[in-house]
Write a protein that binds this ligand. Structure first.
Ligand code: ADQ
Length: 471
């Protein structure tokens, strides 16, 4: 056997960078940046800019230490069809089980595939077969098979950050078979949860005629692929340090001063229909109806930065939420108390950590979520001697690890209200016990751990494995 030379890590994702842990970088960027800093390598993706066809600037490359960040532009038409269209109007709602919001059209399907091809063609000359190529998320399902067509024979992995819907739902996608077929070009496919993996494997078995092999492998039409579970995490120690920084302290204090002894409930989510924000507000309203002692005694702060605000579904959601919050405040507010505050402001990591720390309760109640890093950040930010309580949706990927949260069905308004009441009145000893159990999970399953587990599995994957008969 020839010794496999450890190649460079090549990460492909729609957005590239940043390589620092400052500012507003999410957990994902931090985890990847970490791995790239340790291993050196290339981060390849979209520049975030559009330019006219034919006048594409050469790719831009910035080098930081051992890592190069190389990006290319898209045309306006590509941005519309690939990003706003197929990725965010078709795949996002589909994979979050929202067939009522899905829009399919053949133009954006076509553009999505051609952008995957173009990115693969631009990436191909930048990689060698000794590299480890790791492609991220639902923007690039086809990129692996396109890269193979360009001649790449090295190891090729894919990680899906969002849920993989059950075959019943997934089959609604025109071209569903094509898409999953193309995914088989990857040697290793990673999912957030066992359920996502099971949905994918069931699709391969029942729709593509594949079967299970020992280990995590499946065989489809002679091609062997490994499908495994790698729950993403956060830099827990780093985040816990942020939570005791001066900037966090200022925010924590500000929030406590404003609350004037009232208990603080927080929610932190991109303003997205998958996050269950409407249902969450209704749960809070039910709390005030059914447990009236809380009137005047709790504050609910929802931080919801705007996201994809060009899309109708997001414009409608924003209007619905603002209407609901207005109605609720109108109904319950007194001269010295406003029950709900919604903000669309972005915060630094440190400020956010301080806000989590000031909260008695954090509501993470998505209708579907791949993982949900807010749940993990909230746990990491708490003061272990006086921790807050996490209310977590049974439909968040994080539920698999954070079983010691108060688990709710976000659609069941009464259940959400009861969980809130229980969280607000939970004795200190129980808060500490639950927090301690969750803290262990969050500090064990970190972003670095996620990254290393995936890359270790990818390193030992056999590139383009085939059944002997097929070879
Ligand atoms: P998202 O859907 O974006 O991620 P999430 O995992 O919660 O959801 O990550 C959001 C990140 O944005 C968190 O790190 C949070 O702190 C940050 N954030 C939110 N509001 C902010 C604000 N106002 N200011 C600053 N930062 C803010 C997708 C999937 C998830 C999966 C992740 C990672 O939908 O299910 O967990 O990718 O795989």
């Amino acid at each position: 056997m020839t010794h496999h030379q450890k190649g460079r890590l090549v990460v492909v994702s729609n957005r590239v960078g940043p390589l620092t842990d400052e500012g507003k970088a999410g957990g994902l960027a931090v985890g990847l940046a970490d791995a790239l800093k340790r291993r050196g390598g290339l981060w390849f993706g979209w520049s975030g800019e559009t330019s006219e066809e034919g006048t594409f600037s050469e790719e831009k490359t910035e080098v930081f230490g051992g890592t190069a960040m190389t990006t290319i532009d898209m045309t306006e038409e590509e941005l519309e069809g690939f990003y706003h269209g197929y990725a965010n109007r078709s795949l996002w709602p589909l994979l979050h089980y929202r067939l009522d919001l899905v829009q399919f059209d053949r133009q954006s399907d076509r553009v999505y595939r051609s952008v995957n091809q173009r990115f693969a063609a631009r990436l191909a000359p930048l990689v060698t077969d000794d590299d480890l190529v790791w492609v991220h998320d639902y923007h690039f399902f086809y990129l692996g098979s396109d890269l193979r067509r360009c001649g790449y024979k090295g190891r090729l992995g894919f990680f899906l950050h969002i849920p993989f819907a059950s075959p019943e739902i997934f089959m609604a996608l025109p071209g569903a078979h094509d898409l999953v077929h193309s995914m088989l070009a990857y040697d290793l496919i990673g999912f957030q949860t066992r359920q996502d993996r099971r949905n994918f494997v069931n699709f391969c078995i029942h729709e593509l005629g594949g079967h299970k092999l020992p280990g995590d492998r499946i065989e489809v039409g002679g091609r062997i692929v490994q499908a495994s579970v790698f729950p993403i995490g956060i830099d827990a120690e780093g985040f816990a340090r942020f939570a005791v920084s001066p900037e966090a302290g200022e925010h924590e204090e500000m929030l406590r001063d404003l609350a004037r002894g009232r208990l603080q409930i927080v929610g932190v989510d991109r303003l997205d229909y998958s996050k269950g924000l409407v249902e969450r507000l209704l749960g809070f309203e039910r709390l005030l109806e059914d447990f009236p002692d809380n009137r005047g005694g709790v504050n609910f702060l929802q931080i919801a930065p705007l996201s994809r605000s060009e899309l109708d579904a997001y414009i409608d959601l924003r209007a619905e939420l603002e209407g609901l919050a207005g109605r609720l405040n109108g109904r319950f507010a007194t001269l010295d108390w406003t029950p709900i505050q919604i903000m669309t402001t972005g915060f630094t990591r440190r400020a956010l950590a301080g806000i989590y720390r000031a909260a008695r309760v954090c509501m993470v109640t998505p209708l579907r979520d791949g993982m949900n890093l807010v749940a993990k950040e909230f746990v990491a930010a708490q003061d272990p001697t006086d921790p807050g309580v996490l209310i977590l949706s049974r439909f968040a990927g994080a539920r698999a690890e954070l079983m010691d949260a108060l688990i709710v069905n976000p659609y069941a308004t009464d259940e959400v209200a009861r969980a809130l009441q229980r969280a607000l009145t939970m004795p200190l000893a129980e808060r500490q016990e639950r927090h301690q159990a969750m803290r262990e999970k969050v500090f064990h399953g970190t972003a670095a751990h996620w990254c290393e587990s995936f890359l270790t599995a990818l390193e030992s994957a056999e590139p383009e494995a085939r059944l002997p008969a097929d070879a």
